[in-house]
Design a protein around this ligand. Sequence first.
Ligand code: ADP
Ligand code: MG
Length: 377
Amino acid sequence: MSISSVAGPGGPGGGGLVDAFTARYGRAPEAVWRAPGRVNLIGDHTDYAGGLALPFAIDRAVLVAGAARDDGALVGWSVQRPGDDAWLVYAEGVRRAATRRGLLPADGRGADLLVDSDLPVGAGLSSSAALTVAVAGVLLQLAGRPAGPEETAALCQEAENVTVGVPTGLLDQTALLQSRTGHVLAVDFRHTPPTVDPIPCPLNGLQLLAVDTRVAHEVADGTYAERRRAVEAAATELGVQNLRDAEPAAVAALPPALRRRAQHVVNENERVTAVVALLRAGRTAEIGPLLTASHASLRDDFEVSCPELDLAVDAALRAGALGARMTGAGFGGTVVVLVREDEASRVIAAVEAAFDDASMPSRTTRVEPGEGARALR
Ligand code: ADP
Ligand code: MG
């Protein structure tokens, strides 16, 4: 699905959603939450390695409206998945994780839920984390038990890990919950919960583009788990808890397969630190080569890219982008591109042309750092 072709979520205030909820359930919603998607500017496959990342929330979001039910049932409808209940496993996961933490009463009050979204599903912009965060906001508000961003992030991660069965780290939930307009979030995963430092990201004369490859290769889940194991094995072999603390010479002496995985993580952490320093100095245009180096590392050392991601990155760079990289776990999803404003149209045209399907809706959209998840009602 194209980022630009999805239906809007009924206006920024969620007004359309309130009317739709009322029409469907015959009463007004008692809570409405908005949770955005995210782009990770740099720092991928570092969260579960106790490393660094630099995500930001984008201006596309999942909206969830809800009202309590007395019979314990979780009933839902999604405008994007009419008549299909499969996504309710995310809501059930949130309810279970929140109940286990004592945030929801054990006798399990239920809810009617309505979902609408302009965030593409399965494009690596984290629609799944946005869904869980918005559902968590609604269920906790209905129970009169609001939770802080760290607890909400942890329970949403638990929902995806345990009930849905996807082994995600904490990057997405943290980004969605704590982002601020005009900032990227320097997230340090050394400790749990991670620490978060908002860094101003002025785009004066620059633009960030998200390119949807429109592919999600099936190898993604198994390979993600395998990469996590390799990172853990490298740390064990080096006798460190965190690859950030490994001596470069010791990393270089690892067996080749482990060495390349570990090198990606070590070098990626350093690139995140360098990007943060440039942003703090107001030198945003200079981060481009670091973004491109991150892509090369994910492609060659960590081996989680794919032909479509490489095609988008190469086409953007050839057309004059300052930097480009895959963002997220890999094997499809989205590429983030940094480009000068006056070259954006040329870069977009070149990327569209590279995919040789110009009759399709555009795969490229401009993104900028937006606000984190919040209650609209
Ligand atoms: P990503 O998080 O990269 O978008 P995932 O595969 O992790 O991709 O999550 C996609 C899943 O999240 C969908 O299969 C669906 O179950 C759920 N989801 C996301 N957005 C919606 C929505 N608007 N309506 C219903 N389910 C959704
Ligand atoms: Mg996801």
